[in-house]
Write a protein that binds this ligand. Sequence first.
Ligand code: NIG
Ligand code: FE
Length: 405
Amino acid sequence: MSTSLITNIAELTTNVASPDGDRFGTLVDAAVLIDGERIAWVGSAADAPEADVVLDAAGRAVIPGFVDSHSHLVFGGDRAAEFEARMAGQRYAAGGIRSTVVATRAASDDELRARLRGFVDEMLAQGTTTVEIKSGYGLSVRDEERLVRLAAEVTPEVTFLGAHVVPVEYADRADEYVGLVTGPMLDACAPHAKWIDVFCETGAFSVEQSRRVLEAGIAQGLVPRVHASQLGPGEGVRLAVDLGAASVDHGTYLTDSDIEALAASDTVLTLLPGVEFSTRQPYPDARRLIDAGVTVAIACDTNPGSSFTSSMPFCIALAVRDMGLTPAEAVWAATAGGALALRRDDVGVITPGARADLVLLSAPTRIHLAYRPGVPLVERVWKDGVGVFAASGTAEGTNHGTVAR
Ligand code: NIG
Ligand code: FE
């Protein structure tokens, strides 16, 4: 197996806390040795070992590949007109999901697959090397099974979200729909999924219904994660903590007791700044969360309704500008934080033994991700030690395509 050395890294973010108390594990004038699909060595460029291939990163920063722990990438159609109406003052409502359900049910597997792979490639080119993907736009046994099966073709982080919203054919029969989700739909989807999710919110599922869904998933070996407190305060965060969910996502309207419960738990709070951006809702105060001791992740929530960005750098910039995180905290939340939200210890860090998922920035520090918003600063991306993206203008200069993991 061949080795590659990335050397003369101006600023390397390892996310391995250093003895001097830097929780981001920042090294200057550093080098990383990749052996096959894993990181083999990390240290000072002056001490770097020999390697088969050497890349000089002179003056540029390297960070772990982004871990985007929340996305909905399998769907048909889009809702550009809904976004336009929102920008003109209309409120976001959960009901818009149903129009995507119609378009998704009408799309063939091949159409959904082509779109899905396009999104994964788009993400790789922006530095995302691990992505979680949810179902939730099928809402029938047949269609939800299709969505989790297609998602499993491109990632092991697949989430069954049959309880996204009550479909029109079950209008006024929400409890009956929950029976379908926790029965035949779960049976069909669980073999393809690792996670179970529910949209616990007014207009979607009550806390009792959400508990039924999550407990049924747990009984089939799935691990819970929850959409909660997106449209208003509710009981979803406490339910997530009670059930030991890996993550509770959105948290736009958190109460003091939600924050206390999160701080005392292992449940990660995943911020989705693209949603507040695209729905004109208030940004939650992430500074307060971190100061209270909550573990925070950042994800894109890529979906056609509430957040149609797939750019982790854009979400980092929003989290810094509008949620009160420092650039270093935001990059940590988008890498190590996402890994914790997916209970992964092999990604989100640059340390010997971890997967060689790395991003070389065309900038000297990680600060530039927020300081230069909207500028494509991702120069090269490695996933499992393979160069999967190189910006035009570099020697390779092409996207080498989807590498599923
Ligand atoms: O995470 N909140 C629920 N689900 C998605 C939105 C889906 C949609 O509007 O299509 C979310 O924001
Ligand atoms: Fe979501």
